[in-house]
Design a protein around this ligand. Sequence first.
Ligand SMILES: Cc1cc2nc3c(=O)[nH]c(=O)nc-3n(C[C@H](O)[C@H](O)[C@H](O)COP(=O)(O)OP(=O)(O)OC[C@H]3O[C@@H](n4cnc5c(N)ncnc54)[C@H](O)[C@@H]3O)c2cc1C
Length: 596
Amino acid sequence: MSYKAPLKDMQFVLNELANLAQINQLPGCEDATADTVEAVLEENAKFCGEVIAPLNHAGDKEPSFWKDGSVTTSKGFREAFRAFGEAGWQGVQHPQEFGGQGLPKLVATPCMEMLHAANLSFALAPLLTDGAIEALLTAGSDEQKALFLEPLISGKWTGTMNLTEPQAGSDLAAVRTRAVPQGDGTFKVYGTKIFITYGEHDMAENIIHLVLARTPDAPPGVKGISLFIVPKFLVNADGSLGARNDAHCVSIEHKLGIKASPTAVLQFGDHGGAIGTLVGEENRGLEYMFIMMNAARFGVGMQGVGLAERAYQQAAAFAKERIQSREVAGSPGPVAIIHHPDVRRMLMSMRSQTEAARALAYVGAGISDIAHSHADEATRKANLAVYEYLVPVIKGWSTEMSENVARDGVQVHGGMGFIEETGAAQHYRDAKILTIYEGTTAIQANDLVGRKTVRDGGAVAKSLIAQVRATEAQLREVQGADFAALADRLAAGSAALEQVVDFVVANARSDVRAVFAGSVPYLKLAGIVLGGWQMARAALVASRKLGAGEGDAAFLRAKIATARFFGDHVLSQADGLRIAIVEDAAGVLALDVEQF
Ligand SMILES: Cc1cc2nc3c(=O)[nH]c(=O)nc-3n(C[C@H](O)[C@H](O)[C@H](O)COP(=O)(O)OP(=O)(O)OC[C@H]3O[C@@H](n4cnc5c(N)ncnc54)[C@H](O)[C@@H]3O)c2cc1C
C-alpha cells in the first residue's frame, strides 16, 4: 500500500488555519512564501512517497539486527538516509548559518508528517537528530556548535537522546550514569542506557549521543543531572573523526512495532571511560533535555498524525475494493464495504480525528514560530506559554488518537486486517509505542496539569477557551444545521474544559490525588476541544470560500461535513470526560491496593 501525502489538506491548514502569510512576515521567515512552501511540500511528498514509503513494510519484515556490537539497518535504509541528507531534508527548519534551509517550524511540520507517515521507523533517526540539534543550538558552546551542527544538519551524522536507564524511565531523578571530570575540560562517562533509539546503526559516519549523567558532587534528584556530548567516534578540532569512543551497543531490542528502528542498550565506559564534553552548565542538564524533549514530543505528536493518515488512506482504499454483503437499504448484489454505514462511520472517525490533530499541530507550530521569531518580546513570551501548553496535548492526544485510528484501520479490513501482508496490522503495532516514548501519556498529562495549568492558575488554558468561544460565536452567525450543531458542541466542550481547568486549579493543593486521577482525561478533553475548535475554524473558512465561489467546492464541502462529524461523534464526548474528572475522581482511588 503506497502513501500519498494529503497536500490539499496540508496547504489548507497551513494557509487558512496556521496563517502562513503572517508567519512569513516574521524576521528570518521571509523565505517561507506561499510559492516556496508549495514547492517544498511537493518535493518532500515525492521523496517520501517514492523513496521512504516503499521501505516501510519490508523493514517490518526484516528488522535491523545486531552482531558483534554493530547494527545493520533494514535493507535500503542506508541509501535512503544518504539521499535524505543530500536533499537537505534534515535541515528544513535549522539555521542557514549551519547549512540548514532556515524555514519556519510551520513548514518543517508537514515535512515531518510526511516522513512519519511514509515510514515511522526510518523517521526516528531524523527526529532524534532534530532534538540533538535543538539542544546544541540552545545550550551548546560556540565550539560545540561549530564542530557538531553542520554534520548533524547535513545528515552526515545522527543524534541520539540518552535518558533512560533500567531504574530510571518516567522518573529521571533516578538517573545514575556518572561523569567524572578529567581536569582538561573533558569528562569520562560510565553507565548503562537502555532503549536508545538509533543508538547504533550503519546509516551515518558518526553518532552524537547526548547523555544525561551526574558529576561526582551533584545534588540528588533532577537538580543534579548534567548533559554531555559523547560521540561514537571522537571528533578532532578540525572536524575529522578520531578514535572510537568507549560507548558500545551491547544489544538491541525485539519489539512489538517500529521494528526497523534499532533500540539499543548502550554501555558507556566499560573499557576505561567514554570521553564526553559538558553541554552548557553543570546540573542544568534536565532543563536542556527538556528543550530537546519539547522538540521531540512535538515530533512524536506528528508521528501520530502521520501514522493515522496512512492508516486512514489504507482503510479507505480497501473499503472501496472489498465486496461483501448487500446494502442495508437493498442492492441487487453484494457491494463494496464502503457502502455499509458502519464502515463509513469508522472512516469518518479516522478522517475527522486525523484532520483535527493535524490542524492543531500545525497551528501549534505557527505559534512556536511566533514565540521564537517575533520582534516584540511580550508577544514572544505570550506565544511561548501557549505553545508549551499545547505540546503535551499535541503529543498525548494525537498519539492516543493514532492508536484508535490504526485499530479502526484493522477493523475496516476485517480478517485481512489481522493478517500481516495487508500492512494494516503494522500500523496498529507501530502506533503503540507513540503513547509510551518521549514520556507516556500519563507523563504528558502530569506536565499539562502541573507546569502548564496549575503554575499559571489556568491563565493560558482560559485564554484558549476564550478563543474557542469567539469561534463559537462566529459559527452562530452562519446559516445551516451543520453550523448550529457545531456551535452547540463547541459550547458544551468549552464549558466542560473550563470546569475542569477550574477544578484542577482549585484542588491542586487541597486534593492533589483527585486532580491527578483525572489528568489523562483532562489531556484528552483539551485535545478534543482544541481539535474541535480547529475543525470549526476550518468549517468557517470553507463556508466563506464557498460563498465567494473560491477554491475546490468538493473539498470545502467535505471539510464542513467532516467538522460536523467531529462535533457530533468526538467533541460530544467532552461532558463525559468532565463527569469522570470533576465528579468521580474518588472512583479511581476507591479500592485498596490489596483489592487489585
Ligand atoms: C522503542 C522505544 C524507544 C525508546 N527510545 C528512547 C530513546 O531514544 N531515549 C531514551 O532515553 N529513552 C527511550 N525510550 C524509553 C522511553 O522513553 C520510556 O520507556 C518511557 O519514558 C517510559 O518509561 P518506562 O519504560 O521506565 O516506564 P515506567 O516509567 O516504569 O512506567 C510504567 C507505567 O507507569 C506509569 N507511570 C510512571 N510514573 C508515573 C507518574 N509519575 N504518574 C503517572 N503514571 C506514571 C507510566 O505512565 C506507565 O504507564 C524508548 C522506549 C522504547 C520502548
